[in-house]
Design a binder for this molecule. Structure first.
Ligand SMILES: C[S@@+](CC[C@H](N)C(=O)[O-])C[C@H]1O[C@@H](n2cnc3c(N)ncnc32)[C@H](O)[C@@H]1O
Length: 286
């Protein structure tokens, strides 16, 4: 295409290529990639749409489109993802935060007492614990992950969001002893059953860490391991909240009841899919 084209022409042409390659939401992705290439906010692309294409930004835009054509997610191309209204650095070492995980954050914040302490198990980019701390200046927390590379990413995000003084990170596993006595424990653990891994979109299977996606078998191993420590990791009266996959709600709620949690409640995301469960450690020992 000639350089006398406008950015709108270029976006149309690129969206057509992405669509033909089977990329869902091609028009939205193209807008985000152009914003990245131009160094502007996505909402400001509209102000530049009719500008003539300039060759330097065009090279950057085309490189970004080529990467998207190979299935690389937009967040990886840009190097960050917006979550709960804030930017999180994402790299190949962490799960790309999903919008549905905002439900766990908002329900967790609603249950966090004044000056509460939150434990985030499988913290990844830190999108859960860091969002809670950014929303609640009185809160402090601990993030645990078995991946040292993920902890390097979450530390960067904690600094960038200005909450690093109120959070600690531990290299560790829920297969071993976890820190104890929190007001709120949140986790979005790997939950995809082995049998569903083959059906994942290539953006997911090729770009999210395997460790973040599946614990194998029925997908519930992480819930069992974490709940085996339920009566220690939460203080009496403290809440434990999980995200899980579609159709896993009843199974997770059952495991929570077996672990002695009470007031278990399931929550739906904005698409009406049951995505999170919260249960409370009784105030008195049963
Ligand atoms: C689904 S990702 C969630 C990441 C982030 N909390 C989010 O919601 O985007 C699961 C995380 O659990 C971590 N993980 C996997 N097995 C673990 C284990 N045994 N103990 C602690 N963390 C583990 C992975 O490294 C990954 O960061």
């Amino acid at each position: 295409m000639s350089l006398h084209c406008s950015w709108r022409d270029m976006m149309r042409e690129a969206a057509g290529r992405l669509q033909a390659a089977g990329v869902e939401g091609a028009a939205r992705d193209v807008r985000l990639l152009l914003a990245h290439a131009l160094g502007v906010e996505p909402v400001d692309v509209i102000l530049r749409e009719m500008d003539a294409v300039d060759p330097v930004a065009l090279t950057d835009f085309e490189a970004a489109v080529q990467r998207r054509l190979t299935g690389e997610p937009v967040s990886r191309i840009r190097g960050w993802r917006e979550f709960y209204g804030r930017r999180f650095v994402v790299t190949p070492d962490v799960l790309d935060p999903r919008p549905e995980t905002e439900l766990l954050v908002s329900e967790g914040i609603a249950r966090l007492p004044a000056s509460g302490r939150v434990l985030d198990l499988g913290t990844g980019s830190g999108c859960i614990v860091l969002s809670v701390l950014a929303e609640r200046e009185d809160a402090s927390g601990v993030g645990v992950d078995v991946s040292e590379a993920a902890l390097a990413v979450v530390r960067r995000n904690a600094e960038a969001l200005g909450v690093a003084r109120r959070v600690e990170f531990c290299l560790g596993s829920w297969e071993r002893a976890l820190p104890e006595g929190f007001d709120l424990v949140l986790s979005n653990p790997p939950y995809i059953p082995t049998g569903e891994m083959r059906a994942l979109a290539r953006d997911v299977i090729n770009h999210d860490p395997h460790l973040a996606l599946t614990p194998g078998e029925d997908g519930l191993a992480a819930y069992r391991a974490i709940l085996a420590q339920a009566q220690r990791i939460a203080r009496p009266g403290g809440w434990i909240g999980f995200e899980f996959g579609m159709g896993q709600g009843e199974g997770v709620a059952h495991l929570m009841a077996e672990a002695g949690l009470e007031n278990t409640v399931l929550h739906d995301d904005l698409a009406g899919i049951t995505r999170a469960a919260f249960g409370r450690r009784p105030l008195q020992a049963p």
